[in-house]
Design a protein around this ligand. Structure first.
Ligand code: ITT
Length: 191
């Protein structure tokens, strides 16, 4: 089946392709021209809806998905949350965002390193019926960046029950536990 994911994040695209193996997964990379709408929602759900609706308008009659995700750090008042992609500023690189979390946590809450990843997917089926799926991965923030796999905050996130960061394990292993896996797993039940 053809599934269009409204994302421009190469790390997400790679994971969606692995998670939806057996299907043809397309993204913004496969569009000739596309201007992303502003992500000005106040929640993950609102932002995911903005992305999904923008693709639904271009690809009617197909499955389309919008995903908004991020990391919530307890000792930082659950920030950066929906601001995860731009925590260290617009167009910030992953290393700048992760460095800022390590720095802020050392200042504000070195003793409480609890954190979670959240993924909210808004999907439209070929008939235009809307669905919401959500996944959470609990864990803690490592003392330093470790590992080179994955993307975003993977190098500083250690899932509950593990000693390795998500960047030290393979994408296949990450995809067995991740927030995105949990949300996609609910989606697959609707196919
Ligand atoms: P799209 O909006 O085009 O999908 P984006 O990167 O801007 O791409 P979001 O607005 O959903 O996506 O921001 C999510 C950010 O949260 C992402 O840039 C990462 O920094 C972080 N993030 C989300 N899921 C992650 C994961 O599995 N591992 C590491 N970091 C993740």
């Amino acid at each position: 089946m053809e599934i269009w994911v409204a994302t421009g994040n190469a790390g997400k695209v790679k994971e969606f392709k692995e998670l939806l193996v057996g299907h043809q997964v397309f993204s913004i990379q496969d569009m000739k021209s596309y201007s992303a709408p502003p992500e000005n929602g106040k929640t993950f759900e609102e932002n995911a809806t903005i992305k999904a609706k923008s693709f639904k308008a271009i690809k009617p009659g197909l499955w389309v998905l919008g995903e908004d995700s991020g990391i919530e750090v307890e000792g930082l008042g659950n920030m950066p949350g929906i601001f995860s992609a731009r925590y260290a500023g617009d167009n910030a690189r992953d290393v700048e965002n992760t460095s800022k979390i390590l720095k802020m946590l050392n200042i504000r809450s070195p003793g409480n390193r609890k954190a979670q990843f959240r993924s909210v997917i808004i999907a439209f089926d070929p008939q235009g019926v809307q669905y919401k799926f959500e996944g959470i991965l609990k864990g803690e923030i490592a003392k330093d960046m470790r590992g080179t796999n994955g993307f975003g905050y993977d190098s500083i996130f250690v899932p509950e029950g593990s000693t390795q960061t998500l960047a030290e394990i393979t994408v296949i292993e990450k995809n067995k536990i991740s927030h995105r896996f949990q949300a996609v797993n609910q989606l697959i039940q609707k196919f």
